[in-house]
Design a protein around this ligand. Structure first.
Ligand SMILES: NC(=O)c1ccc[n+]([C@@H]2O[C@H](COP(=O)([O-])OP(=O)(O)OC[C@H]3O[C@@H](n4cnc5c(N)ncnc54)[C@H](O)[C@@H]3O)[C@@H](O)[C@H]2O)c1
Length: 278
């Protein structure tokens, strides 16, 4: 279904755009007329136990966005590499002419049950913080300048998690870093909201509960969940929703990036059936 064209003429830069929530955001924004940059590592990070996105996944995002009549620029880059991210933003502006919306969505989840060595803990900690805290910083750091130069504002949305509002731990380096980085981006968001508000650039976070994407729809996660349900359950849900559809998160993001939210900045928006309500 086509939208109302409320993002016509805008360009959205989405990290982790090859599949899952990133692809859903790309299609949702494209339906409203936006052109899309889908940036993804499209490769495996060794410490991650489930298969990450592939170049074919990234091409599929391009195909689906183009089917909706929008342009889609695929970029293979690692959000941990600030220079690669800077090149990606320059390519965006030279190919698509501008940059109005950025969605810092790339993420990984370490679901490695059992004992871990100190080396494994350090590796997972470093990889998770690298992608989900440094990677988010890198993204915001490089997208702000074209938005400032354009002079007509912008919108940045960072994907955190319910684990960015509540504690989650299984004792491992990866899950410790997941929770720490998802909390960390709230501080980053608030600081950037203050810094960039004068340019009408809005910065917000979204905090989804479990979402049906390949990050959790995989054999490793099913095994992990069977033994660690207590780790993953933050508190009872207020609504009878077990798992979100990626579209639930895309709908919240569409509102945040649209002019309907022009007065909204510096907020941490849960999309979580009420689990972080208290
Ligand atoms: N699925 C869930 O249950 C859930 C819940 C809350 C929050 N989140 C968060 O939502 C975001 C999107 O995850 P998803 O559910 O779509 O999972 P996903 O695994 O389907 O998608 C994540 C994407 O990020 C990409 N990526 C990972 N590391 C990268 C890097 N270094 N550079 C560039 N791209 C990289 C992956 O290749 C993949 O395409 C993540 O930040 C995740 O932490 C997920």
């Amino acid at each position: 279904m086509q939208g109302s064209g409320r993002l016509q003429g805008k360009v959205a830069f989405i990290t982790g755009g090859a599949r899952g929530q990133g692809r859903s955001h790309a299609l949702t924004l494209a339906r409203e007329g936006a052109d899309i940059v889908a940036l993804d590592i499209a490769d495996q990070i060794d410490s991650v136990a489930y298969p990450m996105a592939t170049p074919e996944d990234l091409q599929e995002t391009v195909r689906l966005v183009e089917e909706l009549g929008s342009r889609c620029l695929p970029i293979v880059a690692d959000v941990r590499d600030i220079h690669a991210m800077d090149r990606a933003v320059k390519e965006t502006v030279s190919e698509l002419g501008r940059l109005d919306i950025a969605i810092a969505n790339a993420g990984i989840l370490h679901i490695s049950a059992g004992e871990e060595t100190l080396d494994e803990a350090a590796q997972r900690w470093g990889d998770a913080l690298g992608v989900m805290l440094t990677g988010v910083y890198n993204t915001v750091r490089v997208v702000q300048q074209p938005m400032i130069d354009q002079g007509d504002g912008g919108s940045i949305v960072i994907t955190s998690s319910t684990a960015g509002l509540s504690g989650m731990h299984d004792g491992s380096g990866g899950i410790g870093a997941y929770c720490a980085s998802k909390h960390g981006v709230v501080g980053l968001m608030k600081g950037y909201a203050k810094l960039l508000g004068r340019y009408s650039i809005r910065v917000n976070t979204v905090h989804p509960m479990g979402v049906a994407t390949p990050m959790v729809i995989n054999e490793e996660f099913q095994r992990y969940h069977a033994d660690h349900a207590d780790v993953l359950e933050i508190s009872p849900r207020l609504l009878p929703i077990t798992l979100l559809d990626p579209q639930d998160v895309s709908n919240a993001i569409l509102w945040l990036v649209s002019d309907e939210a022009r007065a909204v900045t510096g907020i941490a928006l849960p999309v979580d059936a009420g689990v972080t309500c208290g």
